[in-house]
Design a protein around this ligand. Structure first.
Ligand code: BTN
Length: 244
């Protein structure tokens, strides 16, 4: 698939830029935006994504799907797998996934993915913005509210090129999205599961009302917890999980 690449020095948010540019780009090409820094980078759950200049990757793609909104939970896990596989192709070892789609390395967060629904283009055709933030040379985590890592910090013996990483991620995401569109979530379940950082761990849900051992995901990407008697499934987007 052909892309329209938009490269910016500075932007509020590459996700917001894709929303703004979408109407001018036609012809079935996929708009992709990368920026050297963001002044209002957004994270999941209304959080801020710290986006200092010249250090990391901030990348968004405008995708179109035929189907229902229910597919989107699966899509967000598919994107996690795609980013993890791209990093592995680039030689990054032990890439982990934290449900639904955070990318972890060495026990802390390396990359986050924000899937935003843009609306229905026409009946049955939905537009989605997929934004990926990847810490490459992140130096100062001031303002980051969780334990974070970067490629340069985790693997200091390597030189990291943001352009190469962007190309690898874009290729991997487009490949994965094509597969997801054609064949659904099925082929991603084991690829997701093999990188699950929660598997076998004692977990609690954010509100504390659920606790159990992590069992991985079902065929739609819901997370499964076992409390010893029952298996409970948790939908992406509803609650978040953490190790007890
Ligand atoms: C998360 O909370 O884990 C998701 C973070 C997503 C950050 C990326 S950076 C590129 C794109 N533009 C944004 O404003 N957010 C996403």
């Amino acid at each position: 698939s052909a892309i329209d690449l938009i490269v910016l020095d500075e932007v509020d948010s590459t996700n917001a830029e894709i929303v703004r540019r979408r109407p001018e780009l036609g012809g079935g090409r996929i708009p992709v935006c990368v920026a050297d820094c963001q002044t209002a980078g957004r994270g999941r759950r209304g959080r801020v994504w710290q986006s200092p200049r010249g250090q990391n990757l901030y990348l968004s793609l405008g995708l179109i799907f035929r189907g229902s909104f229910a597919m989107l939970d699966g899509l967000s896990l598919v994107l996690g797998v795609a980013v993890a596989e791209a990093l592995e192709e680039q030689g990054v070892p032990d890439v982990g996934l934290k449900w639904p789609n955070d990318i972890f390395i060495g026990g802390s967060k390396l990359s986050g993915i924000l899937v935003e629904l843009q609306g229905e283009l026409e009946e049955g055709i939905i537009q989605v913005v997929a934004g990926i933030g990847l810490n490459v040379h992140m130096k100062d985590g001031a303002g980051v509210d969780q334990s974070w890592s970067s490629l340069a910090g985790a693997l200091p013996e390597r030189r990291w090129c943001r352009n190469e990483l962007a190309a690898a991620i874009i290729r991997s995401v487009l490949r994965a999205v094509n597969e997801f569109t054609g064949q659904g979530f099925g082929g991603f379940r084991t690829r997701w599961q093999s990188r699950d950082i929660f598997s076998g761990k004692p977990l609690t849900a954010t509100h504390g009302e659920l606790a159990g051992t992590g069992l991985g995901i079902d065929d739609s990407g819901n997370y499964l917890l076992s409390d010893g008697e029952e298996v409970v499934s948790i939908r992406a987007g509803e609650i978040s999980l953490r190790v007890q």
